[in-house]
Design a protein around this ligand. Sequence first.
Ligand code: 3H9
Length: 707
Amino acid sequence: MNNLVRVTKDNDVTIITIDNPPVNALSPGVPEGISAAIDAANSDPGVKAAVVIGAGRTFVAGADIKEFIKMTSSGTRRATLLPLLLHIEDSGKPVVMAIHGQAFGGGLELAMAGHYRVASPTAQVGQPEVNLGIIPGAGGTQRLPRLIGVAKAVEMCAGGKPISAREAAALGLTDQLIEGDLLLGAVAFAREIAGKPAPKTRERTQKLGTSVENAPIFAAARDTACKKQRGLKAPLAAIDAIEAGIGSSFDEGCQAEAKLFTECLFSDQSKALIHVFFGEREVAKIPDVPRETPAIPVNRVAVVGSGTMGGGIAMVFANAGIPVLLKDVDEAALELGMGKIRKNYASSVQRGRFTQAFVDERLKLITPVLNYDAFSDVDMVVEAVFEGMALKKTVFADLDRVCRRGAILATNTSTLNIDEIAAATSRPEAVIGTHFFSPANVMRLLEIVRGKKSGKEVIATCMQLSKKLGKIGVLVGNCRGFVGNRMFGPYRREAQFLIEEGAEVEAVDQALAEFGMAMGPMATGDLAGLDVGWRIRKEYRHLEKPGIRQPFAEDRLCEMGRYGQKTGRGWYRYDESRRPSNDPEVSALVRKWSADAGIPQRQISAEEIVDRCIYALVNEGARILEEGYALRAVDIDIIYINGYGFPAYRGGPMWHADTVGLQKVYQRICEFHQQHGELWEPAPLLRRLVETGKTFAEFDKEQVAAA
Ligand code: 3H9
């Protein structure tokens, strides 16, 4: 019908193949092609039914998200898919949708407009639009409840999580699972139903329930959305759209959906989340390490150090099906580490995340060892011993001796110089940083730290491996704290300064939680252990410039043994089950220390708290960009969203600054510079962007174009 939609025939069945690689998005031309193909099938007397199928790896991954960017940047609203879907549903000849891979978003909406759906058992279906800050915009909020009932439709549209083909079949969303060749099965199915009355999804009402039955479903869903997707508007809009249609007709429901869809699409939240969607894919692109760079097969790995990080990392590999040796220096340490792993898995089973059978298999993949004997077989080692240069160097010298040439030698250091560690080996090209975040088996971020001599194949392997491990790998340069922790320093510094200037601990945390951070900075410190930063600060104290203000309250708390959750006291007080409560003692102590230091006390607004902390991130981020330790501003955004609880709906710190307006951000930073001195010196790149009227996003485009 056009080059995106092919039509062929298998005797009396028309086969409509959508062929728009890589994921058959419904880009301009695809809906038109399908519509013309349906018309042709209807006007061909030799055809009894039609099958719609996707070429390549998937059915249809949804609307073309790039089109949304064009729409919002030009301010125009283009044709929706709705007319096509009505056209399919009104087809005189039955249309069977054959799903493999994914039927997501507009893809599922397309599938639901067919009279029947068949699917491969491995397929997935879902309405993930809320993850882009929008809602289904082509009748999904209206057809889905008609097929599977209100409760499950609300869960899928508001939660955004896909379901498996088996679950879809059990819910009645699909009519048959087809093992083996999908097309053959779909054509056979089409012949079977041809000539029988073809059900239109929009006319089904049996599963809609009554308003009395549905009221508690909507109330509970709104409650869940407010708690689990705090700050995100789209889930609530999705629930509103479903409710609107249930209380009236299909057409009125579609109108309500269209209005809510447009409101969501043109919101800052959606723009930010679409930036994140493409950003998560952009970070995999490294200008001097092209996609075709050969990767080293990683089939067996070893982790050195079975502490919290090492154990978590071993679980990450095991969860991906990769056998892993876990080494420690003595039985007691190893048993402690394995005990923690078993406990972690047991709690995953309890929470329903994994089955016991899955966990048993994973545990079999982890082999505790006390020596390097089996290390000659592994393709990669991740060192996760205590943070100390001397110890790391010894471990790397050992690894150099025992590992085969070609194996990757990675360090999980969060602070130390990769090049110095690499220099302890005779093969610095094999050495790289793989900075996992705690808890390693949960957090999605993996900072991949490139040393001066890290080989391209080693980098390519780690980037590809991160996807296999279920992580987002972001390549960063080798500076102190790399990207994430380097920025976290000024962020937490400002949080402490604010407390020393008169803000209450909980006011600081609350302001940032309301901004959308998963956790306030003081509670985060307590969780991670205040002593960690304290020890690092002590080690680097000699590098501090004299005469520059340094926060002191946290160091004093540490001197008192208040390390946070692990000691029951830190910025907060914790009960047996680690529930926090405010600690008036901390407030009194800080007031006293501040008075002794001559820091004037004042009322501090939530707005100032947010600006001081968030703009500290932005300013340091701009320095990192300029120095080349992050490839693009979006890389910093992805790091902050996936490793530091920055709200995805604000797009990350750099995107957020663009959204606020760099001029405004810069002015505020200049004010802070005047009030607080040198630490707030505006980053030169930020100043330059403001002077030239550019954004970080435009800076990124220039970087990509120059590469
Ligand atoms: C929607 O449908 C709204 C409707 O209600 C209609 C309203 C009117 N568009 O992820 P991958 C690109 S909203 C454009 O690496 P995988 C992606 O950027 C949409 N491009 O592969 C990448 O490009 P590149 C609802 C898209 O195998 C390449 O395809 N749907 C789209 O790991 C490969 O992607 C969704 O939210 C798209 N829709 O995962 C689903 N999708 O190579 C979004 C992908 O240049 N997509 N690309 O970097 C996904 O979840 C995953 O891509 C999928 C495949 C699971 C399908």
